[in-house]
Design a protein around this ligand. Structure first.
Ligand SMILES: [Zn+2]
Length: 50
C-alpha cells in the first residue's frame, strides 16, 4: 500500500510497473510503479531492486 502524495488516499496496486536499468554505468535497477488514487491523481514511485 502506498499513499497518494496529493490527497493521502491509500492505493493498493499499481496500474503499471516497469524497470529502468542504467545504460552506461553499473548500478541498481530501478523499479518504477505508476499508481492512480481513487480521486484521480496519478503518481509514480521508484525503488531500487537487486
Ligand atoms: Zn490522490
Amino acid at each position: 500500500m502506498v499513499k497518494c502524495p496529493h490527497c493521502g488516499a491509500e492505493v493498493e496496486k499499481p496500474i503499471k510497473s516497469w524497470t529502468m536499468r542504467p545504460k552506461k554505468r553499473k548500478g541498481p535497477t530501478i523499479l518504477i510503479e505508476l499508481y492512480e488514487c481513487p480521486n484521480g491523481h496519478k503518481f509514480r514511485t521508484g525503488r531500487k531492486i537487486e
